[in-house]
Design a protein around this ligand. Structure first.
Ligand SMILES: Cc1cc2nc3c(=O)[nH]c(=O)nc-3n(C[C@H](O)[C@H](O)[C@H](O)COP(=O)(O)OP(=O)(O)OC[C@H]3O[C@@H](n4cnc5c(N)ncnc54)[C@H](O)[C@@H]3O)c2cc1C
Length: 459
């Protein structure tokens, strides 16, 4: 364990721990280069966009990363694959209508298939598992809100998963009759077992979940792209972009003052760009763009358990969770190779969040204060039946979530700049949306006309 001055830890995730960071990197960018499709940002979104563009179109792809592949949110998340949004489905239906909301949900669900197809086509070692996980609820308001989402999903003919309500839920009789067909009342012990908790939760909402080291997945894919498409794929790491001038042929300027003129640019920076964007008249479009994203820093901790345990992913909504902005705790448990010699179990817990007024102020290398570990530890002690009372945390990390104004990932062409595409806005849940985003961008660039989507860019 890396402890500095007794009160803080180094920001180091288990995902980065497993990276190899060995690849052939083109370090020399000419003073003025030309490129077809330039992707800015080498997280899962940028690399998935590169993958689908190379697989499904004929364009050449240049991927530019300010630091190293997968060291942004992709290397600092919970690694839990889920197909829901951080925003409730009923909220999305209210804004976009049932048809568009349901289509958006199906688009995200389709990313499971895309992920499986990548594993079938590419020799990857990054761990990927899927199973049934749960959301644990403790209050009537939480249960009704989840049930309303289910009701709308049923109306939209989306696949429904099980909902279990405890026979000891004090609010059982207050649940409106219209939801009756959507849940099963079970002995309280079943809820406790499903959530593996020692705390009191009254409902368990099942859904397909998974575990993925998205950073290793991303790194391995980059290695694959470099060897499979040596003529069509170029990677520049340690190359921050400081300016982007839009126009028929966008021009990018690096911090080292090198220029690239591109046919098109895809921005996959999670929203936290440290650069200016101007349009063809030279006017800055930054104001709009920066306002589009709000920063939230998420804190996590992980401990190693040397006994094998089955994979597990649960979100716990305690009575303190009353609105979308409130933090909740999320837990994953998975097999993990701490060293090449043995496989242990890794348990990761996330929850504490800090909002940033100025999202550009986030520094990846900022230390991780013990205060955050304490918040996580008191949740673990109170909640997780399978965990020691005070585990020894081996990993501590924080990462930046970029929240878009509508809480949905922005995927597509900028409404006024057809050669400028976005696949960004992490919104707390971004693995499947990034994968689907890459696929959608490749289809758009291939010239396929797609129906309107809740992910369309609206700046
Ligand atoms: C604490 C936390 C927990 C999370 N848990 C989950 C989860 O369990 N499940 C889930 O689905 N999602 C989760 N997410 C969200 C998910 O991790 C992200 O949505 C996803 O990784 C975003 O990937 P990305 O490629 O868009 O962004 P990033 O991985 O951040 O990649 C963006 C890249 O762009 C680069 N870049 C930025 N500016 C420039 C520039 N000017 N020039 C060149 N390069 C630049 C950055 O260096 C970075 O590498 C979590 C996020 C956090 C922070």
């Amino acid at each position: 364990m890396v402890v500095t001055q007794g009160v803080r830890y180094v920001n180091r995730s288990p995902w980065l721990h497993q990276l190899r960071s060995i690849r052939r990197v083109r370090t020399k960018l000419r003073s003025h280069a030309r490129a077809k499709t330039v992707i800015i940002g080498g997280g899962i979104a940028g690399v998935m966009t590169a993958y689908f563009l190379l697989r499904d179109t004929r364009t050449n792809v240049t991927l530019i990363e300010a630091t190293k592949i997968a060291h942004g949110a992709t290397g600092h998340n919970a690694g839990q694959i889920v197909s829901y949004f951080e925003r409730s489905f009923s909220d999305i239906v209210q804004e976009y209508g049932l048809t568009l909301a349901a289509r958006g949900q199906e688009e995200i669900i389709s990313a499971w298939k895309l992920l499986k197809s990548i594993y079938a086509d590419v020799p990857l070692t990054a761990e990927f598992s899927h199973f049934i996980g749960y959301a644990g609820c403790s209050t009537l308001a939480q249960v009704v809100s989840h049930l309303e989402n289910k009701r709308l999903r049923a109306l939209a003919k989306l696949r429904l998963e099980e909902v279990y309500l405890s026979d000891r839920a004090p609010f059982l009789k207050q649940i409106p009759g219209k939801y009756k067909q959507l849940y099963t009342v079970v002995p309280h012990e079943k809820i406790t077992q499903l959530l593996e908790t020692r705390d009191t939760y009254y409902a368990a909402f099942a859904s397909k979940k998974g575990c993925l080291n998205g950073a290793l997945f991303t790194e391995e894919l980059v290695g694959y792209l470099l060897t499979t498409y040596p003529r069509r794929f170029t990677l520049y790491e340690h190359t921050p972009i400081k300016a982007l001038a839009l126009g028929t042929h966008p021009v990018l300027t690096t911090k080292q003052n090198k220029k690239i003129t591109a046919q098109r640019v895809v921005l996959c920076t999670n929203g936290f760009e440290q650069f200016t964007i101007t349009d063809s008249e030279g006017s800055a479009i930054n104001t709009l763009f920066h306002d589009y994203i709000r920063g939230v820093v998420g804190y996590m901790a992980g401990y190693i358990d040397q006994t094998p345990k089955k994979p597990f992913a649960v979100s716990y909504f305690s009575p303190l969770f009353t609105k979308r902005e409130d933090p909740y705790f999320y837990v994953t448990r998975r097999a993990f190779e701490l060293t090449k010699k043995r496989t242990d179990t890794l348990v990761c817990i996330g929850g504490p969040e800090v909002f940033l007024d100025d999202h550009t102020a986030y520094k990846r290398h900022r230390p991780y204060f013990v205060k955050r570990e304490k918040e996580i530890d008191s949740f673990v002690t109170k909640t997780l039946a399978f965990a020691p009372l005070h585990p020894l945390y081996r990993f501590h990390w924080h990462g930046l979530m970029g929240y878009t104004r509508n809480g949905l990932r922005a995927i597509g062409a900028h409404p006024r700049h057809p050669s400028f595409f976005l696949n960004l806005g992490c919104n707390g849940v971004g693995i499947l949306p990034s994968i689907y985003g890459g696929y959608r961008i490749a289809r758009l660039i291939a010239g396929i006309k797609l129906p309107p989507s809740i992910f369309d860019v609206k700046l």
